[in-house]
Ligand binder design. Structure first.
Ligand SMILES: [Zn+2]
Length: 129
C-alpha cells in the first residue's frame, strides 16, 4: 500500500447555516388559523398584499404556511427549503381534530378516517427581470 491517492471530491463544503438560532418569538398564528388562510380566496389575498413598509419586505413575500414575512423572494425561497417550513407543511396536512368531531364519529359507530390534506409550498412568481 502506497500513498493514498488524492481524490478530488472533497465533500466538506456543505453549508451549515445555522449560525443564528434566534429564540422563537411566539408571534405565529395557530395552525387552525393557517388552515383558514390556506383557503384559496384567503390565500390569494395574503399572497398579494398591498405594499406595507412597516412589514418585513413590505409585505410582498409571505409564507402562507408559516405566517411569516421575508425580506425578498430569495429569502423566502431559502425558507421553503428549511426544516421549519417542511415541518409546518407536515403539520398542516393533518386537519384539525376537534373533540366534537371525535364524539360524533364515536356516536355514529362508524369511524370516519381523518382527512389528509395535500399541502404544498405555495407557488412563487419568478421575477424575470
Ligand atoms: Zn414557511
Amino acid at each position: 500500500m502506497g500513498k493514498s491517492k488524492q481524490c478530488g471530491n472533497h465533500k466538506g463544503d456543505k453549508k451549515k447555516n445555522i449560525s443564528k438560532t434566534w429564540k422563537t418569538k411566539r408571534r405565529t398564528k395557530d395552525l387552525d388559523q393557517i388552515h383558514t388562510d390556506m383557503r384559496p380566496d384567503q390565500a390569494a389575498k395574503l399572497l398579494k398584499q398591498d405594499v406595507d413598509y412597516d412589514v418585513t419586505g413590505s409585505a410582498q413575500h409571505y409564507c402562507l404556511h408559516c405566517a411569516r414575512y421575508f425580506v425578498d423572494l430569495k429569502a423566502m425561497k431559502e425558507h421553503f427549503k428549511t426544516k421549519i417550513h417542511k415541518k409546518r407543511l407536515k403539520q398542516l396536512r393533518e386537519e384539525p381534530y376537534t373533540q366534537e368531531e371525535a364524539e360524533r364519529a364515536a356516536g355514529m359507530g362508524s369511524y370516519i378516517p381523518h382527512k389528509k390534506v395535500e399541502v404544498h409550498t405555495q407557488a412563487v412568481e419568478e421575477d424575470m427581470d
